[in-house]
Design a protein around this ligand. Structure first.
Ligand code: FAD
Length: 264
């Protein structure tokens, strides 16, 4: 079984910097593995054990994202692909989905399953996974809490929705977007870290993917972020350390009477 794992590196700080195109500054910014993608890695590792799967992790991002790929390979993922080119910068989810689907088509054409996180915590659109599935014309299961069975070329997963739980089964190849799950993320062991250092990360550019400049990056994005700003934080609350003077309830009651939400 061959799994393509899509993992995004996201800024680790709330101190987000924007470029002049209102896209997020990614290079040189402290970054982490997108938290939802950590669970996509875990689901892949579980399938590796159960179905002897071979896992290739893909990320589209700046050169620094190769460190993140090595971290993931150290956990037991087999191969890493860095999709990187200045021309990919500023991509919206359509251009991102197009680039990643092209990379999977070119590098792992006989994939059985694509695993994504449900959301990236920076852009937070949850559109990239479904976009990849529709461009590759494969079924998709989103909001997946757990993959419960994978056999005879089908996969069964538990979906968690606002109003209930769904058990969904589909034929492979398919794409699954995962939510955070209960299990603890794996930790890299020393032999995994050594293997990761020795594993060659494959780097692919726009030309390698035979994409035209107008297919990718800001040029290939039908949408753009027109304005990005940090909302002004208004502190019109009043802090009162009720624990100290032990009069918390009394102060609260007085305040509620004062503002008229409590009548005598
Ligand atoms: P999501 O679609 O939320 O990601 C879902 C999953 O897709 C991830 O968990 C991961 O598994 C996979 N994935 C996503 N990006 C990558 C990647 N680069 N490499 C590997 N796997 C990946 N674009 C729009 O089209 N519309 C918008 O409204 C929009 N708003 C944005 C707002 C902000 C604040 C920012 C920073 C960006 C926004 N973008 C938007 C651009 C968008 O972030 C990028 O296109 C991004 O690469 C994919 O979208 P996302 O971050 O929402 O990821």
């Amino acid at each position: 079984m061959k799994i393509a794992l899509c993992v995004k590196q996201v800024p680790d700080t709330s101190d987000i910097k924007w470029t002049e195109n209102n896209t997020m500054q990614r290079e040189g910014v402290e970054s982490i593995i997108n938290p939802y993608d950590v669970y996509a890695v875990e689901q892949a590792l579980k399938l590796k054990k159960e179905c002897n799967a071979e896992i290739t992790v893909f990320t589209m991002g700046p050169l620094q994202a190769s460190d993140m790929l090595r971290e993931i390979i150290a956990l037991g993922v087999d191969n890493g692909v860095l999709i990187t080119d200045r021309k990919f910068a500023g991509a919206d989810t359509y251009a991102t989905g197009k680039t990643i689907s092209q990379a999977i088509k070119k590098i792992l054409p006989d994939f059985d399953l694509i695993l994504c996180g449900q959301f990236a915590i920076d852009g937070d659109t949850a559109q990239t996974g479904p976009c990849i599935a529709s461009l590759l014309d494969i079924p998709q299961i989103t909001y997946v809490k757990e993959i419960t069975e994978c056999k005879n070329n089908t996969i069964t997963a538990t979906r968690v929705l606002e109003d209930g739980i769904e058990i969904v089964k589909t034929n492979l190849p398919a794409l699954i977007c995962v939510l955070k799950s209960e299990f603890e993320p794996s930790r890299a062991l020393i032999n995994g870290i050594i293997k990761a250092q020795d594993t060659e990360i494959r780097t692919v550019t726009l030309d390698d993917l035979e994409l035209a400049p107008e297919d990718a990056g800001i040029k290939g994005s039908p949408t753009y972020v027109s304005k990005a700003f940090r909302p002004e934080v208004k502190h019109n609350g009043e802090k009162n350390n009720c624990l100290e003077n032990g009069r918390g309830a009394e102060i609260l009651l007085d305040k509620m009477k004062e503002i008229g939400v409590l009548h005598e």
